[in-house]
Design a protein around this ligand. Structure first.
Ligand code: HEC
Length: 189
């Protein structure tokens, strides 16, 4: 029992450092890393700035994750998320599981390989969100896992959304740590 408690505390310590903290300075002075120039169609892009990202509590909860829509089509995004057969998310959809990792849907044709999803890794703090890395197939999370490689394993009807049973490999973190990270979003008041 004691060993279990110690392991849980260790998990919390490690994960508070790797998933929420944002104190480390980026080597490039904080500029978002630009990747894969030329593989997307800029005419199909939806502008995304650091202000696009908000506290998870301001987004709509759907089962275990959160959604919003930066073009105002929240109903469309929620309908896709709620569809029992799966659906293609509408442009403007923002999807998050934890504060630092985000998927945003651009207009159709932006990038056919990722179904027009862009992946983001953020640094989040009380001051707000800083884009650490953004892009299509080359964005990795803090564990070194490639967002697209993992999310593309979702069965096609789920439009790269993994949840727990859509065919993706599991995240290397237990569910209670995910919930705890969601509740601890430092951007919320
Ligand atoms: C090892 C595979 C893996 C990697 C790598 C990965 N994810 Fe996920 N992701 C998952 C799984 C599995 C879930 C669902 C977990 C759950 O619901 O408990 C998930 C959930 C999400 C969700 C909520 C919607 C959904 O698909 O369920 C978003 C958004 C997300 N991840 C974005 C990212 C981003 C951005 C990156 C890279 C910075 C990333 N993920 C890297 C497996 C992965």
């Amino acid at each position: 029992m004691k060993t279990l408690m110690v392991s849980i505390c260790l998990w919390l310590l490690i994960c508070s450092g790797c998933m929420v903290s944002s104190t480390e300075a980026d080597a490039d002075g904080g500029m978002p890393t630009a990747v894969e120039v030329g593989v997307t169609d800029p005419t199909k892009a939806i502008p995304v700035t650091e202000d696009t990202f908000v506290c998870l509590k301001k987004m709509r909860p759907v089962r275990g994750f959160f959604v919003s829509n930066i073009l105002g089509d929240l109903d469309g995004t929620v309908a896709s998320a709620m569809s029992p057969e799966g659906a293609t998310y509408p442009p403007g959809s923002v999807v998050q599981l934890i504060p630092a990792e985000v998927m945003i849907k651009h207009h159709k044709g932006w990038n056919t390989i990722t179904n027009d999803w862009e992946f983001f890794e953020l640094d989040v703090s009380e001051e707000g969100s800083k884009i650490k890395v953004r892009g299509t197939t080359q964005v990795n999370n803090k564990f070194g896992g490639n967002c697209f490689e993992c999310h593309q394993k979702a069965e096609p009807q789920w439009d790269l959304i993994c949840e727990e049973d859509h065919g993706c490999d599991s995240l290397p973190i237990p569910g209670f740590v995910i919930r705890w990270t969601q509740k601890g979003d430092p951007r919320c008041d």
